[in-house]
Design a protein. Structure first.
Lengths: 404, 404
């Protein structure tokens, strides 16, 4: 049985999305900027896709949604253009973010530090989130931007975006959120929060890899990252990727239709899987209170078992999982979120992330439970660290933000 | 009959390219950065695509080819990162480019001027190209970069890249070329020229819109434009767009296979079309010596006829053409290259670009000749400027770099 449970890394393109895109490759292929019928033929489909995305996040008519090539581009765009607009050409010098952002935010912040920008990396609590009140004391009158993710890619933990947005509004500071792990998975209502910029990525909600977007509140000014032929009102140049725009719109529509029902169905499977693993396998714990997580994610730690060993065994059983962000997985590093919430280095190497999708089935859950348990048994039998420490009493120990 | 002759704006995805991409949407969909089988399943196809692109431009093993979302991104990347690396963090302050670059170069240069960079815009000769010797006197010891396109999008004129590269090497200045209109259309051999950076775009050679690449000679240093998860050796972050990478590789292979034969076939049709239009319709001329153009392009001026009027009539006959770059076409501006080579504003509004592809047929050429002539006849009958000046003697007048 093939079981893909790495949907926070990327998702399968929904076959309905694929079918919607294909006509825009070799049939309706004109450049939408061209004035002739081959160019304008794609306009209705592009308009429809834009509408689908506005609707999916409940953006206002006065807001902009600009297509980019990925959320990495969206994140780089906001951070670097705020640097240019407000720091190089303004009187600000400071950006606030968190320790657990995606690498595209953290690496860009490191780059900006090399340019002389001061960056504050907010610590997270034992749940792996930033509490809104923490932010307040770090904003100064030199702060240009606060950038805090909506939901974490490794734990699924949902950040208090509404509260953070209120603080930013109160203090007159721009607020960006990386919404990649929230959009299409949990309710995202841009008219109910105060967010200036939000990054999105289609391939996290069964759209194609290679397209994202940036939501911009009230069409406010932000220098382009890509200058050029004045596409999309001059905000992001580059020939429009029509097939993927159509695909992102369709994917958004499908993901957000009956979202509550999808969430319930996903959470039921995720909870059953999590409960089973925690109850069957001693000395395991999961990170983050379940009710505050996206409904598809489990980050589970298995004492004495290296995450990479688990990945290997699971992979041999045709199960796709991960030890953390795919964007950092080539390095075999310790799980950064687990380190941030206070796990020691050894423990942070024991994290395994299982992330479901709306295509996950109960049969897959059963299959994962069976093979996960087998893998733990095998690996603990040969584990020097587990043999040395030995099983702890009472099974799943209560440390490091454990919840089950 | 549907006749698409706007292939310098964008091309149809070759059905063979489309078919190569589709399996990577909903079947082999893992994130290539993931360690499990769903991630690694795409590696052979990505490697193959990279090989196809190296082969298509004869890049050396020590060179890098990095995928981007489009040539606009590639152009922005080179110009902005050279600004950061050599000007903000170096002792240079000057960039040299030309008056006739693509908007993604020109707009980025305008942005850099706002940042205090000095930019020289080299003038073009009556052929619409920069002569290599012109460059020499404009390079100073403060020059960080020379950026000159390989072939012009509006005229098809091929620039003396080999000679310009030699001058840059001699003077120790980085050399970037926007190769968008050359790659896949004429021989591009990176080992035969001295080019540090070359931008490419798949959708100009029957690949998909939304993917490009940057060639980097000798894997030399260039700060990333997109920081993040260290994809592609840390040079350009963002989850790999596997379907389009596969498509770009396949498109490159198909475009460069038997390139000479494809060029001959395209040039034969283009020449027949051009000869017919020039001989049948009085007071027309084309820009640029034919032997020095890409084999698919005609920029023709019809005295007394507004380009937009021609587009309208051609569009009614199901013919797709343009007045210039699709990246600027929403503005209905005068043709910038014609202005640069000295045409007055009225004349620069009379340019029509016809750009063929390897899918263009002799029947399409016949059809365009017939309807082009009809459109000119109709529009001249109602043209105030043509009526006022009247037809000139001898037909196609010799001004403004005319060649036929």
């Amino acid at each position: 049985m093939n079981v893909y449970m790495d949907n926070n890394a990327t998702t399968m393109v929904d076959p309905l999305v694929r079918d919607a895109m294909i006509p825009f490759l070799s049939e309706i292929y004109g450049n939408p900027n061209s004035l002739h019928r081959y160019g304008t033929a794609s306009h209705p489909a592009i308009s429809k896709a834009i509408d689908q995305i506005y609707k999916g996040i409940n953006a206002g008519d006065e807001d902009d949604i600009i297509f980019t090539s990925c959320a990495t581009e969206s994140n780089n765009w906001v951070l670097k253009s705020v640097w240019i607009d407000k720091i190089l050409h303004g009187d600000k010098n400071h950006i606030v973010t968190t320790e657990v952002e995606h690498p595209s935010v953290l690496s860009t912040c490191k780059f900006l530090e090399e340019q002389g920008v001061k960056v504050t990396y907010l610590p997270v609590n034992d749940q792996g989130i930033v509490e809104a009140h923490t932010l307040r004391s770090f904003i100064t009158d030199k702060t240009a931007l606060v950038s805090v993710m909506w939901a974490n890619n490794e734990t699924g933990m949902i950040f208090p975006i509404k509260e953070i947005g209120e603080i930013c509004r109160e203090r007159g500071v721009l607020f960006h959120t990386d919404g990649v792990q929230a959009v299409g998975k949990i309710p995202v209502d841009m008219q109910a929060v105060h967010v200036d910029f939000m990054s999105m990525s289609a391939h996290k909600f069964h759209g194609p890899k290679g397209i994202g977007a940036l939501y911009i509140k009230g069409s406010q000014k932000l220098s382009p990252l890509l200058h050029g032929g004045e596409h999309m009102g001059g905000r992001r140049s580059g020939t429009l990727n029509v097939p993927y725009i159509v695909g992102m719109g369709k994917a958004m529509e499908l993901a957000t239709q009956d979202l509550e029902a999808k969430m319930d169905s996903m959470a039921a499977k995720r909870n059953r899987l999590e409960d089973a693993l925690l109850s069957i396998i001693p000395d395991t714990f999961t990170v983050g209170e379940r009710a505050r997580r996206t409904p598809n994610t489990i980050l589970i730690s298995i004492r004495g078992v290296e995450g990479e060993g688990m990945l290997w065994d699971l992979n041999n059983a045709q199960i796709g999982a991960s030890t953390g962000s795919a964007c950092a997985s080539e390095d075999l590093e310790a799980n950064t979120v687990m380190l941030a919430i206070g796990a020691d280095h050894e423990l942070a190497h024991t994290g395994i992330r299982l992330s479901l999708s709306r295509f996950s089935t109960d049969e897959e859950v059963d299959y994962v439970i069976e093979h996960f348990q087998k893998a733990v048994t095998r690996l603990r039998a040969i584990s020097s660290s587990y043999a040395k420490v030995g099983p702890t009493k009472g099974g799943e120990a209560a440390e490091c933000g454990i919840h089950h």
